[in-house]
Design a protein around this ligand. Structure first.
Ligand code: NAP
Length: 216
């Protein structure tokens, strides 16, 4: 049996979730795609496994996926953040939830006002769930292109440093670097940077702008 944690991606049928699933599954992780509908999860799983050339990813309804997993990652569409968390609150107790939400609205994204989505998640879920914010600045299009190594850094926020470190290890296993930057209140800045990245792409003829930290 693998000593790697089981990762469930809730709302994993979409762009960001599929990209993360591809990266972790191709590095030997047991990944579960969660969806509101089991059928949709199984369809997405079939497509991901076809890309990987092996039956590596499983599909389940979100609640079942959350209960089965050691670590959960939330990639539901930003508008459904609160509703999804309310429905999954009981299933997530005792676990880490990685929240990738960046609440920016197209076509003219603006940085959202505090509190951060991750802080809202922590308040809603209670202290039985340890929320970590990550991946706000990692474009799905880059994650999904397995032919290219990711050259991105992930900024990580959490109230508890040990939880951040555990998630940072998983980020490295997905092929990126990770830097802890502070508590969940700081994650509002990560959401704002996502808006900046959209304009970076638009005004500079860049396809998948993300972040790289220099100065070590
Ligand atoms: N796309 C990116 O490049 C990117 C980058 C960084 C961060 N993010 C963040 O990642 C999250 C997902 O973005 P995305 O582009 O992957 O979104 P998406 O593909 O549009 O949607 C993701 C999933 O959300 C679920 N969903 C839709 N409506 C829902 C509802 N009312 N309740 C519960 N679940 C619902 C759907 O899953 P089911 O229908 O299967 O339930 C859908 O597949 C967002 O918070 C976004 O800010 C995205």
């Amino acid at each position: 049996m693998s000593d790697k944690p089981i990762i469930a991606i809730l709302g994993g049928t979409g762009h960001e979730g599929t990209g993360l699933a591809l990266r972790w599954a191709s590095n030997g992780y047991d990944v579960i795609i969660g969806s509101r509908q089991e059928d949709k999860a199984l369809k997405a799983t079939g497509e991901i496994n076809e890309i990987l050339g092996k039956e590596l990813v499983r599909g389940m309804e979100n609640g079942a996926a959350a209960r089965e997993a050691d670590i959960n990652v939330l990639t539901v569409v930003a508008a459904a953040h609160e509703a999804a968390l309310t429905g999954l609150k009981d299933d997530l107790q005792g676990k880490i939830l990685v929240d990738a939400t960046a609440r920016i609205k197209f076509p003219n994204p603006k940085p959202p006002a505090p509190p951060s989505a991750a802080r809202l998640a922590q308040d809603l879920l209670g202290e039985g769930v340890r929320v970590v914010a990550a991946f706000q600045n990692i474009p799905a299009s880059a994650l999904k292109n397995l032919e290219k190594d990711l050259d991105s850094d992930v900024l990580v926020c959490a109230d508890n440093r040990e939880d951040a470190d555990q998630v940072s290890e998983l980020i490295r296993e997905a092929g990126m670097n990770a830097f802890y930057v502070g508590d969940l209140d700081l994650a509002i800045t990560l959401e704002g940077i996502t808006a900046v990245l959209v304009y970076l792409n638009k005004f500079n003829d860049i396809k998948h702008a993300s972040i790289k930290i220099v100065g070590s």
